[in-house]
Structure formats: structure tokens, C-alpha cells
Write a protein that binds this ligand. Structure first.
Ligand code: NAD
Length: 495
């Protein structure tokens, strides 16, 4: 082991930043710890305003050439990155699991293949990105008749991408891939609790032939290097996934430069179960909300069940949920790994304790276990305006409330400050349409959950976010969209 390389699950990971095609160390470091067993994974470079400025300068210098690179060539390099990810799926999965404690089997078979797909998808989307030209037939002035309008997507410049720890490489590459495809250069700042796979991505991108400075990775704390990045006047876009308070901070910093923002934030999403639902399906979908130990922004943590079926639903839910296995996330048989950090566990436990003191009843769970594990928990007898119903917990904690009719279901579903997603389970197609139309949510799943097609818009309403990403929406955000209006016979003077 050299000074700046740490070996994690047998994989060599560089602990320094990646700036302008070179590894750069900071004077200070921070310790990266595994949530599985509190072992030290590495001493990671702790970026400051100096590294932030260097990364933005590198991204700025690399921008003109990358923006001028043909779409075909950009797409070819993104495909090469996807191939590089595919070759290293085992490495990435093993490192990510040690770093953030999520299941190895899902990293191996679900998440990392999707990371490769993110690059392929946006490379291919770039190649067919087109807006049909149209002709202006009516206008206030006669001169407006017969003019053609042509829409194009111009690369915007250096983009700062800031991401959380709950699905580190997956969420980072939802941003990195479209930002690069669009012809932008990137400064990625991964979360300090899970910094490692971003460093491996830098290696993979360099091996794939991405020119120096096009992708930069800066490590460190949000309040330090993160703050310097989002405050930098040369940054043309900021895309952030994380919590509401951080988003508010970033929005204030970005306001000084009017830097356009995309914010993917938290949620408190409902799962509505109507009496006409397939109850087994409803229970399967409800138990799925414990995935990733509840650390999923989209998780439907509020179960809203029609009164007439709530006893039967609860009985079947308990039967299934109590069979979940908690343990080492590297074990194939494990369903729930640890939560990420002692601070997070404190937060989860604090919210549950206060709810119990206020009269909530734990149907299952409600206790911490050894290490960073928290029992899968279901609480009932909770008030709509209570903290446990209103605030995002980000742990394996669900609440169950009942409703009498559709009207009440919709009212409860919409009654938080969030609007990220909603899931409804019903056998009635017309009901699904009626209810969906009234739900405030960026994504509604009907009789399913967590299906994410990259062509679709993704984002949240209210405090769950600003803007949408996915397919053309990503290019709209990462580009300066331009409309060129050409006169019908504008060329006759020029021979
Ligand atoms: P967080 O807001 O604490 O941190 C997210 C990132 O922001 C980290 O990289 C952090 O270093 C950085 N950061 C912190 N302060 C900063 C500052 N002042 N300036 C710039 N950067 C700063 O969030 P978290 O705890 O890492 O993630 C959990 C949150 O993310 C939850 O609220 C969850 O719902 C949300 N999330 C949302 C989505 C989505 O797509 N909507 C997906 C996953 C997670």
C-alpha cells in the first residue's frame, strides 16, 4: 500500500482528488469508516476552497474542446466508460458495500449494471436528441410568416454535481452521464460517508479515454469543499441530490451567481392500499419499503390503508416483515444491512422514541440493535401532524394510518411538505386514474414500485425538489437550449 492508495475488499482505491487528469492530495484528510463493522477504509483527501478552485479551473479549461467534440465521439467515450464499469462490477460492488453498507447482491446484480446503463442510455439519447423544426405561420408582424424555428442544445460549461451516500455511484452517474453527454465538464463531489466508488469512476473514465479535466472528482465535507464549489462564479450548473436543509444552503449560495439548479431532495411518500387491492401485492410492496435499511428517498414510508382491510393487511405485513433477515450486507441471505452512521441511527431512534412517548404503538420493531442496525419498525396510532408522519426518517421505519374513503386517502397522502413519489395499490382502473390525478408527486406508481425508466422525468414537487431529470429533461437542464429563427427567404442576397 502506497501512501495514497487504500485497499478495500482487495481493490486499490486512490484516496486523492482527481483534478485535471491528475491525482491531487490535500494536506488534511478525513477518515472513511465502514458502517458494517466500523473498520477504517481509508484516509481521504479533505478538499478545501483551493481544490475546489483548481477543479473548476480544470473543468473550465477542458470545456471548449469537449463541447466541440462531435456527438458521435462523446457517445463513443461514454460507451467505453460503460464497458469499463461492466468490467469492474465486482470491484465496484464490493467497495460500495463496504463503504455504505447496502446489500452486495443488489450492488452486483442491480445497481452497478444500472451504472453502466446510465452511461449507455445518455450516450444513445444524445445521438437522437432532436426537436422537430417548425414553421411560424402566424405572427404579430408579416415578417414572422414562414420562418423556421430550430431548437438546439448547447453545452453550458462546468457543472458541479453533489451527491449523497445512500446510493453513491448510482445517483452520481445519473448526473455525470447526461452532463458529459451534453458536452459539459464536471466536478463531482461525492458524500463524505461514501467517497470511494467516485474515485474508481475517475480511473474508469480515464482508461476509457475521457480527456483530462472533463471529469474531476473532489473529495471532502459539504460545508467545506462543497460550499466552495456551489459558490463558484464559473460554475454553469449545479445538480444536487440530498437533504432539504443542504438544498436551501446551496440555493442561497447559487443565488449570488444565478447558477441554475436541479434539486433532488427528500420525501415522505405514501403507499395507498384500497380495499379492492390485491392484498398480497400490497404487502409485498409495503415490505419492500425497508430496502436499503429504509435509506431510499423514494421510500413509501407512510402506509395508508383502507379501514375495512387494515387488520388483514397488518396481519399479512407482520408475517412477511418479521421474516426479513438483518445482518452483514455481504451475505447473500441478508435483506437489511446496517444504517450508514451513528448520527443517522441517533436520528432514527430519536424520532421513534418521541413518537412512542406521544402514544404511537410499535406493531413490530422500535428498537436499536447492536452496531448500526435498527429493527424494521411499523408504528400505528400516529397523528397526521406528528413528527413521525411529517418528517423524513431515512431508516427502516414505517407508519400505518387508515382511511375511510378515497377523499380521505388523497387528503392524507398529500398532507406533508414533500411530493417525491406515491404508490397506490388498487384493482380499480378508474380509481387509479382519479386518485393519480390528485396526488402531488413527481412519480406515481400504480400496483408497482421503484420502476425507473431513464426516458421518464424524475424529480420531486414541493420540498422534494426543483426540476426534473431523465431523457430530454436532463439535456434541457444541462444545456443552454437555443431556438434559431430563420427567415423564409433570407439567403437571396448572398447568392
Ligand atoms: P446531505 O444533504 O447531508 O448531503 C448530500 C451532499 O451534500 C453530500 O455530498 C454533502 O457533502 C453535500 N453538502 C452538505 N453540505 C453542503 C454545502 N453546504 N454545500 C455543498 N454541498 C454540501 O444529504 P445526505 O444525508 O447525504 O442524503 C440523504 C438525503 O438525500 C435524504 O434527504 C434523501 O431523501 C435525499 N435523497 C434524495 C434523492 C432524490 O433523488 N430525490 C435520492 C437519494 C437521496
Amino acid at each position: 500500500m502506497t501512501e495514497h492508495i487504500t485497499t478495500v475488499a482487495g481493490v486499490a482505491v486512490d484516496t486523492r482528488h482527481w483534478i485535471g487528469g491528475e491525482r491531487v492530495a490535500s494536506v488534511e484528510t478525513f477518515t472513511d469508516v465502514s458502517p458494517i463493522d466500523a473498520s477504517t477504509l481509508g484516509e481521504i483527501s479533505r478538499g478545501t476552497a483551493t481544490e475546489a478552485a483548481a477543479a473548476v479551473a480544470a473543468a473550465r479549461a477542458a470545456f471548449p474542446a469537449w463541447a466541440a467534440t462531435s456527438r458521435a465521439e462523446r457517445a463513443r467515450i461514454l460507451h467505453a466508460i460503460a464497458d469499463g464499469v461492466d468490467k469492474r462490477i465486482e470491484d465496484l460492488a464490493n467497495v460500495e458495500t463496504l463503504d455504505n453498507g447496502a446489500l452486495l447482491r443488489s450492488h452486483r446484480r442491480g445497481v452497478m449494471p444500472r451504472v453502466a446503463h446510465n452511461f449507455r442510455f445518455f450516450a444513445d439519447w444524445l445521438l437522437k436528441l432532436e426537436h422537430e423544426a417548425f414553421t411560424t405561420h402566424t405572427s404579430g408582424s408579416a415578417a414572422g410568416r414562414g420562418h423556421t424555428n430550430h431548437v438546439s442544445w448547447d453545452p453550458a460549461g462546468p457543472c458541479v454535481l453533489i451527491t449523497p451516500w445512500n446510493a453513491p455511484l448510482m445517483l452520481a452517474t445519473w448526473k455525470v452521464a447526461p452532463a458529459l453527454a451534453a458536452g459539459n465538464t464536471v466536478i463531482l463531489k461525492p458524500a463524505e460517508w461514501s467517497p470511494l466508488t467516485a474515485s474508481l469512476l475517475a480511473d474508469i473514465a480515464a482508461e476509457a479515454g475521457l480527456p483530462a479535466g472533463v471529469l474531476n472528482v473532489v473529495q471532502g465535507y459539504g460545508a467545506e469543499v462543497g460550499n466552495s464549489l456551489v459558490s463558484h462564479p464559473d460554475v454553469r450548473r449545479i445538480s444536487f441530490t440530498g437533504s432539504v436543509p443542504t438544498a436551501q444552503h446551496i440555493a442561497r449560495a447559487a443565488a449570488a451567481n444565478l447558477t441554475p439548479l436541479s434539486l433532488e431532495l427528500g420525501g415522505k411518500s405514501p403507499l395507498l392500499v384500497f380495499a379492492d387491492a390485491d392484498l398480497d401485492l400490497a404487502v409485498d410492496l409495503a415490505v419492500e419499503q425497508y430496502d436499503n435499511a429504509g435509506q431510499v428517498c423514494l421510500a413509501a414510508t407512510r402506509l395508508l390503508v383502507e379501514e375495512t382491510v387494515s387488520d388483514e393487511f397488518t396481519r399479512r405485513f407482520v408475517e412477511k416483515a418479521t421474516r426479513l433477515r438483518q445482518g452483514d450486507p455481504r451475505d447473500e441471505a441478508t435483506d437489511l444491512g446496517p444504517n450508514i452512521h451513528p448520527r443517522q441511527l441517533e436520528k432514527i431512534d430519536g424520532i421513534v422514541r418521541r413518537a412512542l412517548e406521544d402514544g404511537a404503538r410499535a406493531v413490530i420493531g422500535g428498537e436499536r440493535k447492536d452496531g448500526l442496525y435498527y429493527e424494521p419498525t411499523l408504528l400505528t396510532d400516529v397523528a397526521q401532524d406528528s413528527e413521525i408522519v411529517q418528517e423524513e426518517i431515512f431508516g427502516p421505519v414505517l407508519t400505518l394510518q387508515t382511511f375511510g374513503d378515497e377523499e380521505e386517502a388523497v387528503r392524507l397522502a398529500n398532507d406533508t411538505r414533500f411530493g417525491l413519489a406515491a404508490t397506490l395499490v388498487t384493482g380499480d382502473h378508474e380509481r387509479a386514474e382519479r386518485v393519480t390525478a390528485r396526488l402531488v408527486a413527481g412519480t406515481v406508481w400504480v400496483n408497482c414500485f421503484f420502476v425507473r425508466d431513464l426516458r421518464a422525468p424524475f424529480g420531486g414537487s414541493r420540498h422534494s425538489g426543483v426540476g426534473r431529470e431523465g431523457g430530454t429533461w436532463s439535456f434541457d437542464f444541462y444545456c443552454d437550449v437555443k431556438n434559431t429563427v430563420t427567415a423564409p427567404n433570407g439567403w437571396h442576397n448572398h447568392g
